[in-house]
Design a protein around this ligand. Structure first.
Ligand code: NAD
Length: 476
């Protein structure tokens, strides 16, 4: 297992010699001691990435060849999928089957953007006068991809794959809880044949390594996924150099069950929407809005299902609820549960627990009688905690759904086609799922409205974020 920095296709310790511990949250064992990138390491990575960008190694490579490298990386990752998924589960605590899905999705993302590499084009423009005028889409430059710990590899690929396809070079800063799969990915990228400096990984803390990347004048764009507070800090730090930024931030997504929905499938969907990924999912359906007339039926089924969902060893094939990523995260989730117990009615879960005497687990927790203004309704908990609110009629449902600073995602459960589309349009969120939840595809753009950020990952839209548009006028 590699634990050093990956800069210019070379593995090296931090300039300061500093290392930080990575812990398996399910067993509390130390997994690795990883090099902590210093300001000088960041500077070195930026120089190497820029040399690669501006020198022959990368710029000289045709778009089609860049695509071929991404395809090859996808194939190599597929061959090492089990190793990668195991490492993801060990560092994050999520069930092994979920990590396998994450890796498979990453392979798809690499292939999807491999296909785009030679299809990034400009336009010819019908301007007035004797001119031939056209646009070029040029790579934005050196990209710092700063990612969180919940889908460590997959979310990183949402950034580095389109960035590389567009011709940028990348420095990836994984979260300090989960740097190991990024480092294994570096090994794969080198094996695939990416030239030195095209893809670099500099693990470390957010306050030191992440911040140094954001403030570095040689970084052209910061592609960030993480919390809204850190997103705001990045906006401030990026302002001095007028850096391009894209921010995928937090959420408190509404999942609306209308009375005319197929209730068993809506309840099943609502449960998956909050408890998949232990609720450590930015788009988690953490506010369940239930139409009054079906409230009791929904709650009976939801509580029964939630009580059956017990935390388990992430490597047990039957486990559907793993360990939270860290003790810090467990403490934070438990403080929300304590607040919820004072404000609303606890109907399932509510306890921190251990499996085989170890680990930072939290039971699948459901609060009924929740209302806007409560901490558990207004704030992102980022854990397996669902707040259930009741509404009466479409208008109130829409109003409550939009009663949040966030706008990442939403779910709608109804059999009425007109209602489904009307509500989908009225909700201020970047993704709306109708009669389903938590589906993602490399072709489908993902990102936020309001305090959930701006810019889009995935789809053609992500590529736009890694290019600058240049307009060229030729007098005829
Ligand atoms: P975080 O914001 O604490 O950290 C995210 C990354 O930013 C980490 O790599 C961290 O080291 C780095 N960082 C921290 N401070 C920094 C700074 N000042 N400058 C530069 N980098 C810095 O988030 P987290 O706790 O790792 O992840 C959870 C959060 O991420 C939640 O709020 C969740 O909603 C959000 N998230 C959003 C999406 C999305 O697509 N919108 C997806 C997953 C997670």
């Amino acid at each position: 297992m590699h634990t050093d920095l990956f800069i210019g296709n070379a593995w090296r310790p931090a300039s300061t010699g500093e290392r930080f511990q990575v812990t398996n949250p399910a067993t509390e064992e130390t997994l690795a001691e990883v090099a902590l990138g210093s300001e000088s390491d960041v500077d070195q990575a930026v120089r190497v990435a820029r040399t690669c960008l501006e020198g022959g190694a990368w710029r000289g490579l045709s778009a089609r060849k860049r695509g071929a490298l991404l395809y090859r990386a996808g194939d190599l990752l597929e061959q090492r999928a089990e190793d990668m998924a195991r490492l993801e589960t060990q560092q994050n605590g999520k069930p092994f089957f979920e990590s396998k899905i994450d890796v498979a999705m990453t392979v798809e993302t690499l292939r999807y953007y491999a296909g785009w590499a030679d299809k990034v084009t400009g336009d010819t423009l019908p301007v007035d006068g004797p001119f031939f005028t056209y646009t070029l889409r040029e790579p934005v430059g050196v990209v710092a991809a700063i990612v969180p710990w919940n889908f460590p590899l997959n979310l990183a690929s949402w950034k580095f794959a389109p960035a590389l396809a567009a011709g940028c070079t990348v420095i990836l800063k994984p979260a300090s809880e989960t740097p190991l799969t990024a480092l294994l990915m570096a090994e794969i990228m080198e094996q695939a044949g990416f030239p030195p400096g095209a893809f670099n990984v500099v693990p470390g803390s957010g306050s030191l390594t992440g911040r140094a990347l954001v403030r570095h004048a040689g970084v052209d764009k910061v592609a960030f996924t993480g919390s809204t507070d850190v997103g705001k800090q990045i906006m401030r730090d990026a302002a001095d150099s007028v850096k391009r930024i894209s921010l995928e931030l937090g959420g408190k997504s509404p999942n609306i069950i209308f009375a005319d929905a197929d209730i068993p499938s809506a309840v099943k969907g609502a449960q998956g929407a909050i408890f998949y990924g232990k609720g450590e999912v930015c788009a988690a359906g953490s506010r369940l809005l239930v139409e009054k007339s079906v409230h009791d039926q929904v709650m009976t089924e939801l509580v029964a299902r939630s009580k059956k969902l017990t935390p388990g060893d992430p490597f047990d094939a039957k486990t559907r609820l793993g360990a939270l990523v860290s003790q810090k995260q467990q403490d934070s989730v438990m403080s929300y549960i304590a607040a919820g117990k004072k404000e609303a009615t606890l109907v399932a879960g509510g306890n921190a627990t251990k499996v085989n005497g170890k680990g930072y687990y939290v039971e699948a927790t459901v609060f009924d009688d929740a209302k806007p203004g409560m901490k558990i309704v207004d704030e992102e908990i980022f854990g397996p905690v669902l707040s259930v609110l009741t509404f009466d009629g479409v208008e109130e449902g829409i109003r409550m759904a939009n009663q949040t600073i966030y706008g990442l995602a939403a779910g709608i459960w109804t059999r009425d086609v007109k209602k489904a589309h009307t509500v989908a349009r009225a909700i201020r969120a970047g993704t709306v799922w109708i009669n389903t939840y938590n589906f993602y595809d490399s072709a489908a753009p993902f990102g936020g409205f309001k305090a959930s950020g701006f810019g889009r990952d995935l789809g053609r839209e992500a590529l736009d974020g890694y290019t600058e548009v240049k307009t060229v006028w030729v007098a005829l």
